[in-house]
Design a protein around this ligand. Structure first.
Ligand SMILES: C=CC1=C(C)c2cc3[nH]c(cc4nc(cc5[nH]c(cc1n2)c(C)c5CCC(=O)O)C(CCC(=O)O)=C4C)c(C)c3C=C
Ligand SMILES: [Fe+2]
Ligand SMILES: [Fe+2]
Length: 336
């Protein structure tokens, strides 16, 4: 096989610090929160944000956030460990499906390590010409998926012979994604008993971004509706909320924490909660949802609160990734 035919699949997640320590968290937050896709604003607004970020947030937040990371840290950040597992499992499955012509599979992060731009450089040096990037975000957002497109465009600008790169835009309504979620939740119910309500908590974005056209919340609601239909849930058995509000501006509502505070007095005493915007467990699920928000619900009078883990490296999620490879790069895989 000639070098020019080499194809790679790269699974891309957001990024996470190298250590659960304030210095590493500071470096991570600086890179992430300096991206003008994440915190928008031009001119004076941009200057003001950068001075708040560098003068206040990066001095105060890393200590508190490092503690939160420490409470979920294993020998590395869960997000990076899970991404490595997803890569290994997808590689195995593609080898079963395509034999010698299976594409190779790699990991990358938009912020932190392993760095996406560096990954593209290394793949190019190793002779890969065709690259499919699969973001670990089922729903497209200008704050998460678009920065992957930005980094690819910046990388290509530095190349005389650009790489042939395709990017999976979203898979919020993909039948294999909805089935994987539905089966996973159903299985959890069968093993742990039913609950009064299923809460589907998505990472939020500022309301202003949605008002300006970010399709993320619409896609989240669509995922929820398809999931509820697939599971045969009645309208009063599930609810969609948005978590991880950051800063003083209004974010997408209803907020997860405020909803959890209010549910017990409406008679919801037992709850299953899961986070369909996260393909891998991370700080936002393992700490904010599984630990912090549990207390909010129980202190408000809730009796039982179960966090249903992300799909992570489960076979059904790996099957979905393989389906995306076939749909979006089947012609490349067949070519080798
Ligand atoms: C400040 C604005 C932020 C926007 C907009 C935002 C959107 C967004 N984020 C995710 C997924 C994840 N975010 C994670 C952590 C995280 N997010 C923000 C801020 C915004 N996110 C911060 C400041 C942090 C770091 C933690 C903190 O300081 O509170 C993570 C977890 C990373 C990990 O290491 O485990 C994920 C995943 C999505 C899907 C999204 C919009 C659609
Ligand atoms: Fe975030
Ligand atoms: Fe958070």
């Amino acid at each position: 096989m000639s070098q020019s035919e080499k194809t790679a699949v790269v699974l891309v997640n957001l990024g996470t610090p190298d250590k659960a320590e304030p210095g590493a968290v500071r470096r991570y937050l600086k890179e992430f929160l300096s991206d003008s896709r994440v915190v928008e604003g031009k001119g004076l607004r941009r200057l003001l944000w950068l001075s708040v970020l560098n003068g206040i947030i990066l001095n105060l937040r890393p200590k508190k956030v490092a503690k939160a990371y420490a409470s979920i840290w294993e020998d590395d950040s869960p997000m990076r460990k899970i991404l490595d597992k997803q890569v290994a499992e997808l590689h195995l499955l593609l080898q079963k499906q395509y034999g010698d012509s299976a594409p190779d599979v790699f990991a990358a992060m938009t912020y932190g390590l392993p760095n996406l731009t560096a990954r593209l450089g290394k793949l190019s040096e190793s002779g890969y010409k065709k690259i499919l990037l699969v973001p670990m975000y089922p729903q497209y957002s200008a704050t998460t998926t678009a920065p992957i497109y930005d980094q690819v465009a910046k990388y290509q600008l530095t190349q005389r012979c650009v790489l042939d790169i395709r990017i999976v835009n979203s898979y919020y309504s993909h039948p294999a994604y909805i089935s994987a979620l539905a089966n996973h939740i159903q299985q959890f119910k069968e093993q742990n008993g039913a609950a009064d309500k299923l809460l589907l908590s998505y990472h939020g974005i500022p309301k202003e971004y949605a008002d300006k056209g970010d399709p993320y919340p619409v896609q989240c609601h669509e995922t929820s509706k398809l999931l509820a239909a697939k599971m045969g849930l009645a309208d009063n058995e599930w609810i969609t909320t948005f978590q991880s509000r950051f800063g003083p501006a209004e974010w997408m509502q209803p907020y997860t924490d405020k909803t959890l505070e209010a549910l017990p007095e409406k008679g919801v005493k037992t709850l299953h909660i899961t986070c369909p915007a996260f393909s891998a467990d991370c700080l936002e699920t393992l700490e904010e949802i599984a630990i912090e928000n549990r207390d909010v619900f129980l202190e408000a009078g809730g009796e039982q609160y179960d966090y249903i883990p992300a799909l992570n490296a489960q076979a059904s999620f790996i099957d979905l990734l393989a389906a995306l490879v076939k749909e979006q790069a089947g012609d490349w895989v067949g070519e080798r």
